[in-house]
Ligand binder design. Structure first.
Ligand code: NOJ
Length: 553
C-alpha cells in the first residue's frame, strides 16, 4: 500500500449503506428521496459513520431496485434532481460525511436508449455492438446463472433484433459489450460526470462480469482488470481521494486481484461475511480464523470492506464463494423461517437471521468494528430492524427505515398504501418499538450501543489503521487478535458461542505491561504468561496494552 493510500479518507472508515427510496420521504409522496435523506444527515453524524453509500439513484424502471438504469447522468425523478443531489452533497460534506455512489458498469436497463437503438439497428452495426449478442445461446455456457429464481439462462431472445442478448442478471438488464471502445469511453465519461459533481467514491457493482470468454465462468477476466485500471486512472486524474470499492462476490483469492496497487482501493469480503455467520451458527471460530488468515495473506492492511447484511440476499453461492461446509453450517444454524431461500442465498435481515438475539447481533458488529478494514452498516441494522417475509424478490429487507413510533414509523406522511414498501409491524420488530426516537432515549438500546462503539473506535486509531495479528486463543469458540500501530496496541477477544468461555492467554511478550479494558473501562492484571480472561455468552472485549503514547495518555 503506497503512502497516499494510507492517508486516504476511507482507511478504516465506517460505511453506512442506505436505500434512498426507503430511508426518508421529504415531500410526502410515500417514496424516500434525497431531500428526506439530507434532513437525516445530522442523525448519521450523531451515530458516527464516516460515509454513506447510496444504492442507485438514477432514472430506472426499477425492475431490479434501480440497478437497471436508463440514464447514468441524472437522478430518478421520484428521488429529486441534480440540484437536490448537490444540496445533499453540500450538507453531507458540511457534516463531515462522504458520499459514495453505486456505479453500475456491467449493464443497463433494457429501456436504456442505447439498448433500444441496438435492437433496431442492423446486425454487425456499431449501434448493435453496444451490447453482447449471439445467434447461438450456448455461448458462455460455463457462466453460472446468478438470479436462478428468476432466470434459467443468461441469454434472452429479442424479437426485434432477431438475436439473443446476454444478461448476467435479469433479462431486463442487458450486459454492455466492453469489447467495444465506445462503451468503455461512455462509461468513463459517466465516472467523470459524477466526479465533477463532487462525489467521494463509487461502489462498483458486479465488477467481475464486464468481459466474457468462452470456456470460463466469465468472471474477473484479464480484460476486466485492464478496464478497471482505466477507471482507476480516470479517478486519479480528479486529483482528490476517490474511493473505488468493488462488489465481487468471489472467494478471497479471486477478489484479491481487484486490489492490485493500480486497480481498486477496496473490495467487499463476502467470504468473510459468510464465515462470520457460520461462526455464530456453529459456536466455533476455526473457519473464521482460517478465512481471516487467508484475507490478510491475500491483501494486508485495511482494504477489505466488511458487511454483515445488505440489500441483497445473504449470498452463499454454489460452493464457489465458501465451502459447502460453511454453507451447510449457515443453513442449519441460523434462523430462517419458511420461504427465505432466494437464488443462491438467504433473504433475511440480520436481526431475524439471528432469531432476534441482541447478543449475537452485538458480537457480529463488534467483530466488524475491530477487524482490519471498512465496516459496513446496513441501514436499520443499528436498530435491529426486522424484515417483511413474503414480499417479492429482495424487498423483505428493503422496507422503510423506522424513525419514530408515529404513523409509518416517521418515514413518510403519505397514507400507508402509497408507501414504497410496508413499514415493519411484525411481532418483536414493530416500528412503534424498534425506531430511532425510542432507542435514542434508552441507554441500553442497540442504537446507543452502536454509537458508543463507534465513538470508542474513533479514539482507538489502532482499530482503524493498525496491523492485524491473530493470536492463539486455545479455545474453540474464541477468536483473539491484536491491532497495533507504533503508538497503540489493542487486544481483541470475542466469543462466538452462546456458552461462556474462560481461557488463558500468553501475554509474556508484554510481561508487566498495564492492561485496561476499554469498553467497560476497567483495569485488568498486568500482562503475563498466564493471563486469565472470561467472556460471557457472545462476549467481546477491547483491551489497551501498555501505555498509549498519544490519545489515551
Ligand atoms: C449487485 C447488486 O447488489 C444487486 O442488487 C443487483 O441486483 C445486481 N448487482 C445487478 O446489478
Amino acid at each position: 500500500m503506497g503512502m497516499s493510500a494510507t492517508n486516504s479518507w476511507w482507511n478504516g472508515a465506517v460505511i453506512y449503506q442506505l436505500i434512498p427510496r426507503s430511508y426518508s420521504d421529504g415531500n410526502g409522496d410515500g417514496i424516500g428521496d434525497l431531500q428526506g435523506l439530507t434532513s437525516r444527515l445530522s442523525y448519521l453524524r450523531w451515530l458516527g459513520v464516516d460515509a454513506i453509500w447510496l444504492t442507485p439513484i438514477y432514472p430506472s424502471p426499477l425492475q431490479d431496485g434501480g440497478y437497471d438504469i436508463t440514464d447514468f447522468e441524472n437522478i430518478h425523478p421520484e428521488l429529486g434532481d441534480l440540484a437536490a443531489f448537490h444540496r445533499l452533497l453540500t450538507v453531507a460534506h458540511g457534516q463531515g460525511i462522504r458520499v459514495i455512489l453505486d456505479l453500475v458498469l456491467n449493464h443497463t436497463s433494457q429501456l436504456h436508449p442505447w439498448f433500444q437503438r441496438a435492437r433496431w439497428a442492423p446486425k454487425e452495426s456499431q449501434e448493435r455492438d453496444v451490447y453482447v449478442w449471439s445467434d447461438d445461446p450456448s455461448r458462455y455456457s460455463e457462466a453460472p446463472v446468478l438470479f436462478r429464481n428468476f432466470e434459467s439462462s443468461n441469454w434472452q431472445w429479442d424479437e426485434v433484433a432477431g438475436q439473443y442478448y446476454f444478461h448476467r442478471f435479469l433479462r431486463h438488464q442487458p450486459d454492455l459489450n466492453y469489447e467495444n471502445p465506445w462503451v468503455q469511453a461512455q462509461m468513463l465519461g459517466v465516472v467523470d460526470f459524477w466526479l465533477e459533481r463532487g462525489v467521494d467514491g463509487f461502489r462498483l457493482d458486479a465488477v467481475p462480469f464486464l468481459f466474457e470468454t468462452d470456456g470460463t465462468r466469465c468472471e474477473g477476466l484479464p480484460e476486466t482488470h485492464d478496464f478497471l485500471k482505466k477507471v482507476r486512472k480516470r479517478v486519479e486524474s480528479a486529483g482528490r481521494d476517490i474511493l473505488l470499492l468493488a462488489e465481487a462476490i468471489q472467494p478471497v483469492e479471486e477478489a484479491a486481484p481487484y486490489l492490485a496497487d493500480d486497480e481498486l482501493h477496496g473490495a467487499f469480503n463476502f467470504a468473510l461475511t459468510a464465515n462470520l455467520f457460520a461462526a455464530v451458527a456453529s459456536g466455533r471460530s476455526h473457519n473464521l480464523r482460517l478465512c481471516l488468515n487467508d484475507s490478510q495473506h491475500a491483501v494486508s492492511g485495511c482494504r477489505w470492506a466488511l458487511p454483515l447484511r445488505n440489500h441483497d440476499e445473504l449470498w452463499l453461492g454454489d460452493g464457489h464463494l465458501v465451502s459447502e461446509e460453511v454453507i451447510k453450517t449457515i443453513r442449519t444454524g441460523l434462523h430462517q423461517g419458511h420461504g427465505h431461500w432466494l437464488n443462491w442465498g438467504i433473504n433475511r435481515r440480520l436481526a431475524p437471521l439471528l432469531n432476534g438475539d441482541p447478543r449475537a447481533n452485538r458480537l457480529l458488529h463488534a467483530l466488524i468494528y475491530s477487524l482490519p478494514g471498512m465496516p459496513c452498516l446496513y441501514y436499520g441494522d443499528e436498530l435491529g430492524m426486522g424484515d417483511w417475509p413474503g414480499l417479492r424478490d429482495r424487498d423483505p429487507n428493503r422496507t422503510p427505515m423506522a424513525w419514530t413510533p408515529a404513523r409509518n414509523g416517521g418515514f413518510s406522511n403519505a397514507p400507508e398504501p402509497l408507501l414504497v414498501l410496508p413499514p415493519i409491524t411484525a411481532p418483536g420488530y414493530d416500528y412503534r418499538v424498534v425506531n430511532v426516537e425510542v432507542q435514542k432515549q434508552l441507554p441500553g438500546s442497540l442504537l446507543n450501543w452502536h454509537r458508543r462503539m463507534l465513538t470508542c473506535r474513533r479514539l482507538l486509531h489502532a482499530l482503524r489503521l493498525g496491523d492485524f495479528e491473530l493470536l492463539d486463543a486455545s479455545h474453540p469458540s474464541v477468536i483473539v487478535f491484536l491491532r497495533c500501530t507504533e503508538t497503540m496496541k489493542v487486544l481483541v477477544a470475542a466469543n462466538v458461542s452462546a456458552a461462556g468461555a474462560s481461557l488463558r492467554l500468553d501475554l509474556s511478550r508484554w510481561e508487566g505491561a498495564r492492561t485496561r479494558e476499554v469498553l467497560w473501562g476497567c483495569e485488568y492484571p498486568m500482562a503475563n504468561k498466564d493471563w486469565f480472561v472470561y467472556l460471557p455468552s457472545y462476549g467481546f472485549s477491547w483491551w489497551l496494552i501498555g501505555e498509549v503514547e498519544d490519545t489515551f495518555k
